[in-house]
Design a protein around this ligand. Structure first.
Ligand code: BGC
Length: 747
């Protein structure tokens, strides 16, 4: 009971309490968290508990107004803070102060291979969320890149569970240092968008534990993420957002996690399984509008009055409900009720520079055979800039990650800003792809229509290319349907809008061509051998153009490495060759039915499959060049003790043998050369990014433990480190191993 002598000021959803001797325990932040939770719980009525665990609007839940426990506001995620939508609808609320910093897409972050960048990203986006009074950021997205066709790859961190884990943890900590919770999504196995509500991946436990869960485990245990989002798909025939195996046994059981599982928007379909399957909060049911009527729509949620009635008539237990309420209270106390959390900031110069820095470290130089880049501005008179992606604004689009940014510099603008009078820039469109500049009511206000025929555009582009000293082609994908976009997958691996033909024609007109591919996933590059220079650029947020201009001119030396394998063709990808990945023409037969997706490739995802089959992709996992060169010395291993806590430190000297400062990511792969079970040829288990001045040498040390040597034994349901011989492989990519060192594990 709150005594009269306690002063409570409730303003803008924030309870400001002047503690007195009579302050109730739950409001007294000098008391331990769990004590406060029990106290709050004991004061809540059944109806308050029920209301507390489901939405009251598109993105908020009501808290407990009577107790001064404020509303909890969520926001997308994961690249910036989504603009405000109406209370009950997806339509824009038309605020004029809800633009944000748009950070690079998460594939770009993964490509930095720099955990400091992940921390900076998390801290910065968390500050923006906090400033906008959001307590739960719906991100990061960390599902594994199983196929290049997945429409949401750009929201994730690539194909490797180790890289994903290492980048996730600092992101989580950075966000949460603001008193803003992450909501790590989409737990778990949400690896395709086609038919996403009915996809039922068939995955064995070893694959689950070795490939698809490590990122989530790291987020839960090391990152101490405060909430998780349950995805849309099923696993073992039950929707994952209330899947008893994933939520109760693994996440809350084995990992002993104390946070709250929040449903994806519209992912809940029934009360009973949702109650028992470990879901704690329901959001977004009837996402297409309030089909059940305006007044009672939220009460009609599966966690609304149906749940309350079930408790009253004894169908459901109060203990289960209390567990959910405790978890949501924990989330609330850690965020909106933390009176000491910082105030945050938005669209600041620091965030602009974070956007730029992350982008600059993420851009990957795939190929630079003739040294075309960096542009030699002293010699170049005329640059042809060609392609729609040079002028297309891409912050808008792609689904729930679409943002309203305060500004966006396109590649062409960035180049013009940087190069000014140093060389002439001539632009030609080359093709018309997606002229739509609108998503969910946010408009770029760019008019990209062009009445010319394909032939006319091609003819102009080839002529402009032929007349220039250098051609910079900006193409790739965009964020419209069937490209890098939520709710659809790509229909083909190749580039859309007949760009392949255009690139070949341009390369024939001028061999000094650099292709800058802007996408969040791999694309086919049948022309890869016909152009000397290729860059993988991502969606780089506000600073896209300035970031790319910095790389192209050499103001910045590229240091990104691929977070996924760049397949030469789809059948180099295990999911397509061995397993099954849903494609549109096949879908008719699955209408209204659960769609099983056999993951027959098992643990052989990405480079694990490439290695096993001895394939040669266009560019391997971990690949990325620099404008300088690095020489690796001989790796040595230093081993500590022969106990179960064995650690192994692999040290390799790396020298910058070129003439400009640069950064190199040294990668450590482990190979179990004497194993009783089938294992990948090698697996990434460590990496370290170092900066080296010309001529400088640094010793790079990476320490691993026995966990890095283990595989998951599904029969025993445990990780096993077998005695025998192992090899530590040190390299500049998964296919460029520069040194090896053998070691043995004794019984
Ligand atoms: C997406 C989530 C997103 C949510 C809220 C869903 O459709 O799958 O990633 O956070 O909408 O916008």
């Amino acid at each position: 009971m709150i005594k009269k002598s306690t002063t409570i000021l409730v303003s803008a959803g924030l309870a400001v309490i002047a503690a007195t001797a009579t302050t109730p325990v739950y409001l007294d932040d000098s008391k331990p968290l769990e004590e406060r939770i029990e106290d709050a719980l004991s004061r809540m009525t059944l109806n308050e508990k029920i209301k507390f665990i489901h939405a009251q609007s598109k993105f908020s839940s009501p808290g407990v107004p009577r107790l001064g426990i404020p509303e909890l506001w969520c926001t997308d995620g994961p690249f910036g803070i989504r603009p405000e939508v109406l209370w009950d609808h997806w339509d824009q609320a038309a605020w004029t102060n809800d633009s944000c910093t748009a950070f690079p897409s998460l594939t770009a972050l993964a490509a930095t291979w720099n955990t400091d960048m992940a921390q900076l990203y998390g801290k910065s986006i968390g500050e923006e969320a906090r400033f906008r009074n959001k307590s739960v950021l719906l991100g990061p997205g960390i599902n594994i890149y199983r196929s290049p066709l997945n429409g949401r790859n750009f929201e994730y961190l690539g194909e490797d569970p180790y890289l994903t884990s290492r980048m996730t943890v600092p992101y989580v900590k950075g966000v949460q240092s603001n008193g803003v919770a992450v909501c790590v999504k989409h737990f778990a196995l949400n690896n395709n968008e086609i038919n996403r509500h009915r996809s039922n991946p068939i995955v064995d436990d070893r694959t689950l534990y070795e490939i698809y869960l490590p990122g989530f485990k790291a987020a839960a245990t090391e990152g101490e993420a405060w909430s998780f989002m349950g995805g849309y798909n099923l696993f073992k025939g039950v929707h994952v957002c209330y899947n008893p195996y994933l939520n109760n046994e693994v996440l809350k059981g084995e990992w002993n996690w104390d946070g709250a599982v929040i449903s994806d928007w519209g992912a809940v379909h029934e009360t009973s399984t949702a109650v028992s399957g470990g879901l704690d909060m329901e959001f977004g049911t009837w996402t297409n509008g309030l089909t059940q009527g305006r007044l009672n729509a939220y009460d009609d949620y599966f966690f609304g009055k149906k749940y309350q009635q079930g408790i009253e008539d004894g169908t459901y237990s109060m203990a289960d409900l209390d567990d959910k309420v405790r978890r949501v209270l924990r989330l609330t106390f850690r965020t909106v009720m933390d009176r000491n959390r910082p105030f945050g900031s938005i669209r600041s110069d620091e965030h602009k520079s974070a956007c730029r820095q992350i982008g600059e470290e993420g851009v990957v130089l795939l190929k630079n055979d003739t040294g075309l880049l960096p542009l030699d501005l002293g010699k170049i008179r005329k640059i042809a800039v060609i392609g729609e992606n040079a002028i297309k604004m891409m912050i808008v689009g792609g689904g729930s990650s679409s943002l309203k940014a305060n500004y966006e510099i396109t590649p062409l603008e960035g180049l013009r800003n940087r190069i000014e009078d140093e060389a002439e820039i001539v632009y030609a469109r080359g093709y018309v792809g997606d002229t739509n500049g609108e998503y969910n009511g946010v408009n770029t206000n760019q008019d990209l229509t062009d009445p010319r025929s394909r032939e006319e555009l091609l003819e102009e582009a080839v002529r402009v290319a032929g007349e220039a000293d250098v051609v910079l082609y900006f193409g790739g994908l965009n964020k419209s349907n069937f490209q890098d976009n939520e709710n659809t997958d790509r229909t083909e691996f190749g580039l859309p809008y007949r760009q392949d033909e255009l690139i070949e024609a341009l390369a024939a007109a001028n061999p000094n061509i650099a292709v800058i591919n802007i996408s969040g996933t791999g694309v086919a590059m049948p022309w890869a051998d016909k152009v000397p220079t290729i860059i993988q650029a991502w969606y780089l947020g506000n600073e896209t153009g300035n970031t790319l201009a910095g790389i192209l001119t050499g103001d910045v030396n590229p240091s990104g490495k691929l977070p996924y394998t760049y397949y030469a063709s789809l059948d180099q990808c295990g999911a397509h060759r061995m397993g099954w990945y849903p494609r549109y023409p096949d879908l008719e037969q699955y209408k209204g039915k659960i769609m099983d997706i056999p993951y027959n490739e098992g643990i052989y995802v990405g480079y694990r499959f490439i290695d096993r089959k001895g394939l040669k992709p266009n560019f391997p996992f971990g690949h990325g060049l620099s404008y300088t060169k690095f020489k690796y010395g001989k790796p040595v291993i230093d081993r500590k003790s022969g106990t179960a806590d064995d650690t192994f430190t692999i040290t390799v000297p790396v020298t910058n043998v070129g003439d400009r400062k640069g950064k190199e990511t040294v990668q450590l792969y482990i190979s179990d050369t004497e194993s009783s079970v089938d294992r990948p040829l090698k697996e990434l288990k460590g990496f370290s990014k170092v900066e080296l001045a010309p001529g400088e040498t640094k010793k790079v040390s990476i320490t691993i433990g026995r966990d890095a040597l283990s595989y998951f034994d599904a029969d025993r349901h445990q990780w096993v480190c077998e005695p025998g011989e192992f090899e530590a492989l040190v390299g500049a990519s998964s296919a460029d191993i520069r040194g090896k060192v053998k070691f043995k594990i004794k019984k």
